[in-house]
Design a protein around this ligand. Structure first.
Ligand code: PLP
Length: 425
């Protein structure tokens, strides 16, 4: 059976494009099961058909910005309509809680909705963490040289405002656990916070979380992670990481609507972090006459003001979408493509792989450079071949980052390699 007929039969193709808004989660799961019975490539092609990505282009930049597939877009548009039909300030408590519960289940079996605050993205979360902790002049914060501008800005801002001291470690890309030693070497009695990416935006390096959590906790140091690049890109259990604070933009690998994200606060740590933005929704008691103010005793304290609820309900749909495929299955597919690309890169003369040498610390993003080529020259070639990648200026790398995800296929790996071979040639 042709894929088009298959999708039509499943009610998933209307007018050659839009997935039926009536296709319920159960039907979608059945469609995926049927597709799986027709072979791996058929299955992944059916998934790929859910995306509006321009077929003229090869999109290898989920690390930059995700693309929401049709079930999520449809959910968003339905919720927007619901909201516009009967505008009402304040979220629907049941739907809001349901979205959070769905997100919690993506983040691991013991993550609880109360550990999570729904916010606009990692930039917001990073700022909530860096500004919310009681840091004062001379307190030291350890971070890596491969952080996103979000972390760098928040730390530098606090440095200028309050005189915190920033200490940097260069990621060890040869030995993943070498990063624990590099961090340990920077700890002094003034160290209060260790904060870095779970997966770096530069080379897709997975940092060891559990080992650093132990190191930090043994010394009474807070441990926070910028997880913008991690959930759904790599499978993990957030509670098991042992991290105190964690934040993520769910518009990348989770494929939720843009401007959605979360902050996670480990059970028992909520009083260590005070929100810098508060308002309607962030407190249990607010009484200006009695001078009483009691924040929520959980991460809901980071949610304040009028929300665009539809975004978060559709983010809940994104959680259902990835779970109906399976986080492990997504990982195997995306990481498999990435490893094929890494193997191909190694065979191109003049290519320097910047991603970790140990596969256990590589994810679904690869960082590399080419001898005598700038990142812009490489990116120009990729663009000429209609491949969307991401030049990386961070950390002075002057490199390229390529991301592979569930809607990519092995021919995308070949296209990218062929494009790079032209430069090497
Ligand atoms: C590691 C990392 N942190 C933070 C961010 C900022 O995310 P946002 O712009 O969605 O807030 C990004 C975005 O690419 C990122 O890769």
């Amino acid at each position: 059976m042709k894929r088009k007929d298959f999708l039509k039969g499943a009610g998933a193709l209307v007018g050659g494009l839009a997935m039926s808004r009536d296709l319920k989660a159960a039907d979608f799961n059945r469609m995926l099961r049927d597709a799986a019975g027709r072979g791996d490539e058929f299955y992944w092609d059916v998934i790929r058909d859910q995306f509006l990505l321009d077929p003229e282009w090869t999109y290898l930049n989920f690390g930059g910005l995700g693309s929401s597939p049709l079930p999520i877009l449809n959910s968003l548009s339905e919720w927007l309509r619901v909201e516009e039909r009967a505008p009402s300030a304040g979220a629907d408590a049941k739907e809001w809680a349901a979205a959070k519960a769905k997100l919690a289940s993506v983040l691991g079996p013991s993550c609880k909705p109360e550990n999570l605050g729904l916010i606009g993205g990692a930039t917001e979360g990073v700022n909530a963490i860096v500004n919310g902790l009681a840091l004062k002049k001379g307190d030291e914060v350890i971070t890596s040289t491969h952080e996103h501008v979000a972390v760098n800005s928040a730390l530098l801002n606090r440095m200028q405002r309050d005189g915190i001291v920033i200490k940097l470690f260069e990621p060890d890309r040869v030995r993943g656990l070498g990063n624990v030693d590099r961090i340990a070497a920077l700890i002094t009695p003034r160290t209060r916070l260790i904060m870095f990416s779970h997966v770096t935006c530069t080379t897709g390096q997975l940092f060891p979380a559990k080992e650093v959590a132990k190191l930090a906790h043994d010394r009474g140091i807070w441990f926070a992670m910028d997880g913008a690049q991690a959930p759904v890109c790599v499978p993990f259990d957030i509670v098991d990481l042992g991290v105190d604070f964690y934040t993520c933009s769910t518009h990348k690998w989770l494929m939720g609507p843009k401007r959605t994200g979360f902050i996670y606060v480990r059970t028992g740590m909520i009083d260590a972090i005070r929100p810098m933005t508060v308002g309607g929704g962030s407190s249990q008691v607010v009484d200006i006459f009695k001078r009483e103010f009691v924040l929520h005793p959980n991460a809901a304290r980071f949610e304040s003001g009028t929300q665009n609820d539809a975004l978060f309900y559709a983010m809940g749909k994104a959680c259902e979408f990835v779970q109906s495929i399976g986080l492990q299955r997504i990982w195997q597919r995306a990481h498999g493509l990435t490893e094929a690309f890494v193997a191909g890169l190694r065979a191109i003369p003049g290519v320097e792989l910047l991603s970790p040498e140990e596969e256990a610390y590589r994810t679904c993003m690869v960082g590399f450079r080419m001898k005598s080529r700038t990142m812009n020259q490489i990116n120009d070639q990729l663009t000429k071949d209609k491949i969307r990648a991401r030049p990386v200026g961070e950390g002075g790398l002057n490199s390229i980052r390529i991301s592979f995800f569930l809607c990519n296929k092995s021919s995308d790996v070949d296209l990218a390699l062929d494009s790079l071979k032209k430069l090497a040639g």
